[in-house]
Design a protein around this ligand. Structure first.
Ligand code: FAD
Length: 313
């Protein structure tokens, strides 16, 4: 393990992103991850949302369980794909009535898949900036939006991309969460351009501890993120050695966070992939420990112990 232990005392804040589990087994694994990670006292957690009405139920169930059974501040992602604004508004009201006060407001991808031309639903919200307006018209929600340090694949250029971020901020977004990236110079450069454009909301870097390099290559190709050579070099030969892959992946994510901290960043959004072990390994390298106060019950502690013993996650 590389010695990347944090030597500074400046605290960081972080949020965790989950996706809604789709089977009984996946639900059990997700919940163990929620229990283990909640001990680290995140600023908030969020649950992703698919495209179209069929994605409402799994997200709703996951978000409702988080609200009902934990004291975690919980945000629901929301997309506008394939729905009229009236249908989206009905979803917003249903989530609000279940206790949701925070949303991650997104346009979403074209129903024909990432890369296909996106056409707004006739009578629907045109993009995420319009959705922010729709959310604010219903209630004073806390709203996060997306940001793309390497540009969204559909944006003509960085200026167009940042113009969209600015519109979302001006419409009432509270913060932006970025797509994952691995080159901190790219992020710093982007942030400078964002500030120059007059966007003042916080832009939280999205950090993806690498569970699986092949899967990451697929995600990166879809969303226009790049995988730097150093990452291929360090992880590329470790597909058959999961233990070594785990250690190096934790080192890489911790090094990225520490370097961003040196550049003045103190809030982070982690893509957990519904797993806790790698995230906890990253935290160990950052010198972060579970919060002292007990958040949960015996079941939660049992789940946490199991995770630490490496049986799950
Ligand atoms: P927008 O911010 O509305 O637009 C993205 C970019 O496309 C803009 O920068 C803009 O330049 C360009 N653009 C948009 N509309 C137009 C237009 N009319 N003309 C020209 N250019 C345009 N996807 C999911 O399905 N579910 C999720 O839960 C989810 N969560 C995410 C969380 C985060 C933190 C991030 C970064 C992404 C997430 N995504 C999710 C992926 C996201 O849905 C896709 O990247 C989608 O393609 C764009 O959605 P958006 O909200 O970023 O779009």
């Amino acid at each position: 393990m590389t010695d990347v232990t944090a030597t500074h005392a400046r605290p960081i804040e972080y949020s965790f992103e989950f996706f809604p589990p789709k089977s009984e087994e996946a639900t059990a694994g997700w919940w163990r991850a929620v229990e283990a990670l909640s001990a680290y006292d995140p600023a908030f957690v969020s649950v992703t949302y698919g495209a179209g009405a069929s994605s409402q139920a799994p997200t709703f169930d996951a978000v409702k369980r988080l609200i009902d059974e934990t004291d975690l501040v919980t945000a629901s992602h929301l997309t506008v794909v394939n729905a009229t604004s009236g249908e989206v508004d009905a979803v917003i009201r249903r989530f609000r009535d279940a206790g949701v006060k925070r949303f991650v407001a997104l346009r979403g991808d074209a129903p024909d898949g990432v890369g296909a031309a996106y056409r707004p639903h006739p009578g629907g919200y045109e993009n995420a900036a319009a959705l922010v307006v729709g959310l604010k018209a219903i209630d004073d929600f806390d709203i996060s939006v997306s940001a793309y340090p390497e540009k969204h694949p559909e944006s003509a250029d960085r200026a167009a991309d940042i113009a969209m971020l600015k519109a979302k901020a001006e419409n009432g977004a509270d913060r932006a969460l970025t797509q994952f990236f691995f080159d901190n110079d790219v992020f710093e450069d982007y942030l400078n351009d964002v500030l120059r454009a007059g966007v003042t909301i916080p832009v939280l870097p999205g950090i993806m501890p690498v569970q699986n390099l092949n899967q990451l290559r697929r995600f990166a190709a879809m969303c226009g993120a790049s995988i730097p050579d150093f990452l291929e070099r360090r992880l590329g030969g470790l597909a058959d050695d999961p233990a070594a892959h785990f250690e190096v992946a934790a080192d890489i994510a911790a090094e990225q966070v520490l370097d961003l901290q040196k550049r003045g960043i103190s809030e982070f959004h982690f893509y957990t992939m519904n797993r806790s072990r790698l995230q906890i390994a990253v935290f160990e390298r950052l010198g972060l420990k579970p919060a002292a106060r007990a958040r949960g019950n015996v079941a939660r502690e049992a789940g946490f112990a199991e995770e630490r013993l490496g049986r799950t996650g």
